[in-house]
Design a protein around this ligand. Sequence first.
Ligand code: PMP
Length: 319
Amino acid sequence: MVLKEGTDLDSIAYFNEKFIPLREANINIMTHAFQYGTGVFEGIKGYWNASEKQMYLFKMKEHYIRLLNSCKLLRLEPTKSVDELCKITIELMQKNNPTCDMYIRPNIYKAGLVIGPVLLNNEGRKNPTALSIYTIPMGDYVDTAKGLHVCVSNWIRVDDNAIPARGKIQGSYVNTALAKTDALLNGFDDAIVLTQDGHVSEGSAMNLFIVRDGKLVTTPVNENILEGITRATVMELAKNEFNLDTEIRKIDRTELYVCDEVFFCGTAAQVSPITMVDHRSVGNGKIGPISKKLQDLYFEVVRGHKKEYRNWCASVFNK
Ligand code: PMP
């Protein structure tokens, strides 16, 4: 079956330990995670390599390691290991057999039909942990080609002691949705969110880098960011391929206005150059050279075109 753009209810999902059509993968309205956002998730990108007729899942293992770490935050008790999750995902992709870029969305969540926002496990039988995975075709989540115009949001990033941003927690994406929605309604492409003390945290659902005086800078993991897999990839590629070190430090809001380049990065956002922040041109208002070369390289790597980074790409089809 070849999947078309958008949700395909006939595609196969993994739900309640089985591969079933997405249209049958439904939860009860009493489900704990539906009521309280008590679940964690991941977003994994599958890149279709047309010449090899192969699907590459980028850094799938790293995503599942992070998913199991997110589970710890919410006292979720997953029954599958990272390797088992990878195996199920490959099987799911084989069943769907897509020939376009895909997005894979695993969720691990409190599945009990119980009232009460608690994360206790001694009632595990009443509030068990469940796993679901679905896949959808996905091209560009944000426009990676044009240079984004973004704002600094007046919504503040969730704090580690409120809802830890380090975990990819379902309920915390209300914070993302508030920032992104207002940005879109105000005519921007996306939003940058600040920490409680007014420093740059990250994008609505992506990490952020700036370039100042030829140096890459990104925010530290204790600035209420999701510890991004693309962020780590960008730092490694910048070092290996362009001998560029990344300075990891706090970034002031107004550095965004005076630096040479800004870009977002994330699984869905990929590497997305930003050319305007709050109606101020970044650098000369055009996509910067460092953003561009990192973006070009990233696109090569994720699609499996660079042999030296093939170990980051899990093949779906056995050949
Ligand atoms: N921050 C947030 C809040 C996100 O949702 C994402 C997307 N997963 C990222 C950063 C980027 O993380 P990654 O590169 O691992 O996709």
